[in-house]
Design a protein. Structure first.
Length: 345
């Protein structure tokens, strides 16, 4: 018998450009006392997976996929299907699945998964696509002259969303937020926009939207081009899954043995902050600091860079791993600079 939306497991696709606050929102959702059993699927850009370590909660509910971007690598999509089927086969029924897409991903092909594949379509319902927008940094990516206007992921992510969260309002001025809101509305007229700081949002605005069924009807009813000056983006079920990333953006992953010297790290990060960070889209890392029981995390979004203790190391082996995403990255220099921050043995 055909399942109704009510009987299906809702799936939320979390999208948003690099560093917009997706993992922060995920942690906020997982921390809230909602009583729901939620599984999280992470897909990252770059050779080293770090997000899994940055998400709180029991690891068995977090599935990390680092073998390519789900939106454009066929193996990664197969992997996504495999993980979802695995989740559906579990005897204990999940209340919700959340997929955090990579910050450079087009969310359409991920959303498509829930319409093309029969068993999955029968068991799950795309509850909504939530786009996080960084109020401080999004405009430079929307206006990025080096990206083909038809393949600008920052734009696609907003266009595709059912709900848009303008995040980081704490570090943006009212004028910046107003301009971002205007630009976002121009790209997506129908999605409700909410503001947040550190992704603290009423969960009712994020989960349980059942937005897809509404939007499907909506898309059929309105002319998506509607006389506005944005590029026409077809609905997910109509789109060709082929797509390519901005080839000028690359990632450098570095892993080092040993422990870091926190003073040297602070000096190096200060140097980076003082430099031109326009091409430095994102830095993420986890580090072992000499003489400290805490695992340190590094987060950088252009010039906003923080390096702080996050959680005590448990039984897992200590490690140092970092991923940098941006343009014109020099792997050698980055590796040498990080090595200089190692503490003496
Ligand atoms: N000031 C400020 N910082 C924030 C806010 N939300 C998130 N951050 C910080 O921004 C950085 C990136 O946040 P993440 O949640 O990791 O961003 P993300 O979208 O998951 O990043 P990617 O996985 O690389 O795409 C972290 O240092 C966060 O602490 C906010 O509202 N205000």
């Amino acid at each position: 018998m055909q399942k109704t939306v009510k009987d299906k497991i809702p799936v939320t696709v979390l999208t948003g450009f690099l560093g917009a606050g997706k993992t922060t929102l995920l942690n906020y959702i997982l921390r809230e006392n909602h009583g729901m059993k939620i599984a999280v699927i992470e897909n990252e850009f770059g050779e080293i997976g770090i997000d899994g370590d940055l998400v709180i909660g029991s690891t068995e509910e977090i599935f990390e996929m680092t073998n390519g971007c789900v939106c454009c690598v066929a193996e990664a999509r197969d992997d996504l299907l495999r993980v979802i089927r695995q989740l559906l086969d579990r005897p204990d029924r999940l209340d919700h699945i959340i997929i955090e897409t990579s910050g450079l991903a087009d969310p359409y092909p991920v959303a498509q998964t829930f319409f093309l594949d029969d068993p999955i379509r029968d068991e799950t319902n795309l509850d909504g696509v939530i786009a996080l927008v960084d109020a401080k940094h999004i405009l430079q990516h929307l206006d990025d002259a080096d990206v083909d206007a038809l393949d600008n992921q920052a734009v696609d992510q907003i266009v595709c969303a059912d709900r848009i969260v303008i995040n980081k309002v704490d570090i943006a001025t009212e004028a910046e937020i107003a301009e971002v809101t205007r630009r976002v509305k121009k790209l997506n007229e129908t999605a409700e926009i909410v503001r947040s700081s550190f992704a603290q949002i009423d969960l009712g605005k994020i989960l349980g939207l059942a937005a897809f069924d509404r939007n499907r009807t909506m898309a059929a009813e309105i002319d998506l081009d509607g006389g506005h000056d944005h590029v026409h983006h077809p609905a997910p079920w109509d789109r060709d899954a082929s797509h390519s990333h901005d080839a000028s953006v690359s990632s450098v992953g570095i892993e080092l043995q040993g422990h870091m010297d926190p003073a040297a790290m602070t000096r190096w990060l200060d140097e980076i902050r003082r430099s031109d960070t326009a091409d430095l889209f994102r830095m993420k890392g986890i580090f072992s600091v000499k003489g400290d029981d805490y695992c340190y995390v590094l987060h950088g979004v252009h010039g906003e860079i923080e390096f702080r203790p996050n959680h005590p190391w448990a039984d897992e082996p200590r490690c140092n791993k970092m991923i940098v995403i941006g343009r014109n990255l020099d792997r050698n220099t980055l590796t040498q600079n990080l090595k200089k921050c190692l503490a003496a043995a």
